[in-house]
Design a protein around this ligand. Sequence first.
Ligand code: SF4
Length: 257
Amino acid sequence: MMNRSEIARYARALRERLEGHRLAGWEPPLAAERIAPDLPAHTDHVQASPVTSSAPAETPRESGSSEKTLELLRGEVAGCSRCRLHEGRAQAVFGVGDPNARLMFVGEGPGSEEDRQGEPFVGPAGQLLDKIIVAMGLRRADVYIANVVKCRPPNNRNPRSDEMEACRGYLDQQIGRVAPEVIVALGTVAARALVGGELSMGKMRGRFHHYGEVPVMPTYHPAYLLRTPSEKRKVWEDIQQVMARLELGPDESPRSA
Ligand code: SF4
């Protein structure tokens, strides 16, 4: 007969398997059903002034200091004209989430809905990202979400290298202030920007890389998953590695990550 801890372990393994199946099938995962009703309003935080590209997360979490610095940087980004992308934007899209999050998601740049609302990942791809976050047992407000470039590239093209270089310092500062324990890079552009190299996503995903000392898990962008749902299983496998690194279990209460 199984003792209580064996039963708990078994239940957790079963739940993780179910979560994966449900995510892969685009059904609301168990955690989503439990948590989605009280998804909070998104909080946004921003900051100010660039540093060099491969700068690791530099700052320990002092109470309130990350939030304050991020707010200053948000103000700077709002008026930024360092690259041509400022010409076509409705507004700069800085970042959103917990300024002390343990987990950070980085995408490549805002799309039309993000440009309109001023918040990253709020269109269909953002809704899918929300499902992934909830499947991890977290809420959107528990993590921090940002992009490599803060202004929408025209016609949703990929950001160009000079644009990413111009904007890079903002992302470096965001990572430095949030000081996440793990970063998930969403899509090839974001992954290459964070870890360097020219590898395809197929070759990058499935293992941790590094931004400074911060582990980075590259995985497919949710927008790509909407077009190629057959890759959902791989994303869930990547996410499970992230959960293991953060010691998150799908049957745990939501907590800041
Ligand atoms: Fe400035 Fe970045 Fe916007 Fe370019 S994309 S204008 S560098 S905030």
